[in-house]
Design a binder for this molecule. Sequence first.
Ligand code: PBG
Length: 326
Amino acid sequence: MTFPAQRLRRTRRTAALRGLVRETRLSPEDFIYPLFVTVGEDVRHPIASMPGVFQLSINHAVDEAKRAHDLGIPGVLLFGLPDEKDEAASGAYDPEGIVQLATRAIKDAVPDMLVVTDVCLCEYTSHGHCGVVEKDTGQVLNDVSLELISRTAASHAEAGADIVAPSDMMDGRVAAVRAELDHEGFENTPIMAYAAKYASAFYGPFREAADSAPQFGDRRSYQMDPANAREALTEVHLDVDEGADIVMVKPALPYLDVLRRVRETTDLPVAAYSVSGEYAMIKAAARNGWLDEKTAVLEALTGIKRAGADIIVTYSAPDVARWLAG
Ligand code: PBG
């Protein structure tokens, strides 16, 4: 007597049968590829803790977007590095700011590429926090920050962004961004909300890449405690009620249980952000010969998709698209 499980195990001995019973398949269409755009001409500055990732001037960001498009990747996520920072984060909502200029340039050169913009103040504030900070107390002021965040989102939409992605985790940001977009005539611009964003050590390399490490304190007053999963569902419900079109869990690998629960709590598309530290860990181990990069990356991203992600934001998008093609 052969049991079904045994029969299936045997079928997996050939590639064709393995393919036939495979439950989860990665595709370049699953990915959004983050880009760090910086002022200046012809800059391609490597980020030490993220081998293969660069700060790119607009011309190089356009080339990178073209390459990603040719590989079948549908979207890029833009982060901006302004030349100046101040307490009001003015670079964030400047119509001629770095993300606004890059968005226009990419949409001109590769109109089919979806441009998603990260909407946050931390790359533009002199103190590196995601909102406006009250001088005396050092507290991040929620409601004042919302005004600047909404202005930033509307200026991205004005520049041609297809989707805006508020990542600051202030209370009420999705409603505020939605109201401002509607008011400015961008009723059809969707919001991808960083709904469950944890206060994570895995953002370390990103803060080097985006030059956005907080100059004092940390982000624990507005980002979530890694110990909490039910709270993520509350955050997701709030964002959905406020008008989010896509909800995101971030980071991905340490939060697969959260991802699965978010998948089960909403019928909206769910995105997972495989963050800089997840990328850096595998790169570092691979460079030491401790892991096989390709199989490790494919396994990690497959796990993220299996857990429930419809969309994966990953710095590995072009590598994986090439591996899948070849
Ligand atoms: C900005 C923002 C961060 C990331 C995306 N948007 C950093 C942070 O919150 O400190 C991290 C992404 C990554 O690590 O790849 N708020």
